[in-house]
Ligand binder design. Structure first.
Ligand SMILES: Cc1ncc(C[n+]2csc(CCOP(=O)(O)OP(=O)(O)O)c2C)c(N)n1
Length: 629
């Protein structure tokens, strides 16, 4: 670790540095991030891009009194380093370590947690209005990327800011990238400003003014900073019409310019937006060459940027290749992503069917209603959206898709515990929020081959459907050359048995098989069932086993409340069955970040837990029968 960096224990230490030292500190921070994240993984590119911006913000403002918010907050690592968490940065995203996003419980400097995009402006406005009501004087600053401005909530906030407060600072951190290249009219608009010749001229003169500031009196410094900031007043019709005074665009890597501009802006008595240009991955060639990869990644070689070669296909890759295959046979199939082409795998679909591929920006609600519109005109849209991000679009699923009986297929990647990203990214609620939607078919494949079959099946249904599958690789099942249609609402009996029926939803069938093997060793006859469908649930199979077994066990990678096991209990209760059900799933609690296996063990989402709960039930009810055999 560099010597300057070691001396920073809080933002107060930063305020003692001159601009030259701050520039050196920026390099030390980059070096530290590149090496530390090579072991932990994390959002390297976005953080390398905001080093100077974060230094300038913490030099001018005083957190925790002033309120600094980052949209998504995946780019808040430098903020964490400067606010007393430097010595724990090597634990970021690790079990028991720092979270990869801002977390209110982690530090008083994290005034608002995030993980999902588009929230910073609304939350900041809420804080500004709370300050105004309470008669406070603190500053509120929201930093949001250009990607976040493709999100509807950002615009809902913009629409409301000037009506509600006179003091709010919005920083648009424009690096022209979302995770992939930023898309849409807003991205094009920002690009037009940035590439305008007039901007370059303004920028050069502002830079010159600031460079001349050194050695002048405080009054002269303030005057020149104001001159510089004013000279960057380049009208932006968009933001001006929203009632925000627009400044910029300015070089987001020029510390003196940033510091002087923020000093000027903090005295403004009107909401302002500062457009800052930054380079994602700055200072690290592999990240500049591989913007997408270095947005967020696992451990890598710091010298070369290389990561472990990919092995078996992930569920996302199986999804995308299957969709390309199915789209070859049906020209009505179209694919929709909300700014996640690489994460969902759809970047593999795009080259095969460029005209049937739609990236709508970070706009899940729009993605769903857009898909509904296409479905209403005879297309078969497939919305590939992570389980956690689809939460946003719940009403659109109900009101715009299901109620209108439109055949949109939702492919929910990252359904289940997401691991390192933590509670903002775990996909643990989708069954609960989709199960109550009338006529929606909800499935979970046990492996890659079944995912393909379910996609083919779903694309023939007359109404809405959803398939949930987890992050990363599955069990590695061989795939048939052609996916097959499966019977809707029919479970797969993997093995019959008479003492206990074990249902493992999706890839949790592996746990069901392991439990069955253990119970067989203990002398019980265990049935293994792959439910395939959460909705419609296979009531015939449940009724059959309810008449024979002493207990059911359900495994799901989802919260227990309102989940698959709950659906089984409801169905059994409606049948008048009193057979007990042991439910294995996540508790009614936000699960922290960590390694999936460790968290499963900690929270009892395990075969051990199932065994300890089911054995007493079997012993009590079945022992005499067993003894008689
Ligand atoms: C609602 C939602 N959808 C998708 C994502 C996934 N996501 C995380 S960061 C990101 C891109 C953000 O781009 P930008 O705001 O420009 O920040 P940058 O990484 O470029 O600094 C996306 C799409 C998310 N966090 N939240």
């Amino acid at each position: 670790m560099g010597t300057l960096l070691e001396s920073i224990h809080s933002p107060a230490d930063l305020k003692l540095l001159n601009f030259a030292q701050m520039a050196d500190l920026a390099e030390e921070i980059r070096e530290f991030l590149i090496h530390t994240l090579s072991k932990t993984g994390g959002h390297l590119g976005p953080n390398l891009g905001v080093v100077e911006l974060t230094l300038a913000l913490h030099t001018v403002f005083d957190t925790p009194a002033d309120k600094l918010l980052f949209d998504v907050s995946h780019q808040a690592y430098v903020h964490k380093m400067l606010t007393g968490r430097l010595d724990r940065m090597n634990t970021i995203r690790q079990p028991g370590g720092l979270n990869g996003f801002m977390l209110r419980t982690e530090s008083e400097h994290d005034c608002f947690g995030a993980g999902h995009a588009g929230t910073a402006l609304s939350a900041a406005l809420g804080m500004a209005v709370a300050r105004d009501l309470a008669g406070g004087t603190e500053h509120v600053i929201a930093v949001a990327g250009d990607g976040a401005f493709t999100n509807g909530i950002s615009f809902e906030a913009l629409n409301n800011i000037a009506e509600q407060t006179k003091r709010l600072i919005v920083v648009l951190n424009d690096n022209e990238w979302s995770i992939d290249r930023n898309v849409g009219a807003v991205a094009r608009y920002f690009h037009k400003i940035v590439t305008n010749e007039h901007y370059k001229h303004l920028h050069d003169s502002a830079k010159r003014i600031i460079e001349k500031v050194g050695g002048k009196t405080a009054v002269e410094v303030a005057r020149r900073a104001e001159e510089a900031a004013k000279s960057m007043l380049w009208p932006s019709v968009l933001f001006e019409e929203f009632g925000l005074q627009y400044f910029g665009p300015i070089d987001g890597h020029n510390i003196p310019l940033l510091v002087e501009t923020f000093k000027f802006l903090k005295a403004e008595n009107r909401p302002v937006l500062l457009h800052v240009l930054t380079q994602k991955g700055r200072g690290y060639q592999p990240a500049l060459d591989g913007q997408k990869k270095f947005h967020g990644l696992g451990p890598y070689d710091p010298e070369t940027g290389e990561t472990k070669p990919a092995g078996q296909l992930t569920f996302a890759e199986v999804f995308a290749t299957t969709l390309s295959q199915l789209a070859n046979q049906d020209e009505h199939i179209v694919a929709v992503t909300a700014a996640m082409p690489s994460g969902t795998g759809l970047d593999l679909f795009r080259p095969h069917h460029p005209k049937r591929y739609f990236d709508v920006g970070i706009a899940e609600e729009h993605a769903v209603i857009f898909a509904a519109g296409m479905a209403a005109r005879g297309y078969r849209p497939v919305c590939a959206i992570y389980s956690t991000f689809l939460q946003r679009a719940f009403d659109c699923i109900v009101h715009d898709v299901a109620l209108q009986k439109l055949p949109v297929l939702f492919c929910m990647d990252r359904a289940g515990l997401s691991g390192d990203d933590g509670p903002t990214h775990h996909g643990l609620f989708d069954i609960a929020y989709l199960r109550g939607v009338p006529d929606l078919v909800l499935m979970a494949p046990k492996d890659e081959d079944e995912l393909a079959d379910m996609m083919k099946t779903a694309l023939r249904l007359p109404g809405p459907s959803a398939i949930r599958y987890p992050r990363g690789v599955g069990p590695g099942a061989a795939r048939k050359p052609e996916p097959q249609v499966i019977s809707v609402g029919k479970a797969e009996i993997i093995k019959d048995g008479n003492d206990v029926a074990i249902l493992g939803l999706g890839p949790m069938t592996t746990l069901a098989k392991e439990l069955a093997a253990r119970l067989e060793c203990a002398g019980y006859s265990a049935a293994i069932i792959n439910p395939r469908f959460v909705k419609p649930l296979d009531r015939d199979v449940l009724a059959d086993y309810a008449g024979r077994v002493a207990a059911f066990v359900t495994f799901e990678d989802h919260v227990k409340m309102g989940g698959f096991g709950s659906a089984v209990i409801e169905a059994l209760a409606e049948m008048g069955s009193a057979v007990p059900v042991v439910r294995i799933g996540w508790p009614d609690h936000f699960i922290e970040h960590g390694k999936v296996e460790e968290l499963r063990a900690k929270y009892g989402v395990s075969v051990d837990e199932a065994q300890s709960q089911v054995l007493p039930l079997l012993a009590r009810v079945r022992r005499p029968a067993l003894a008689a055999r």
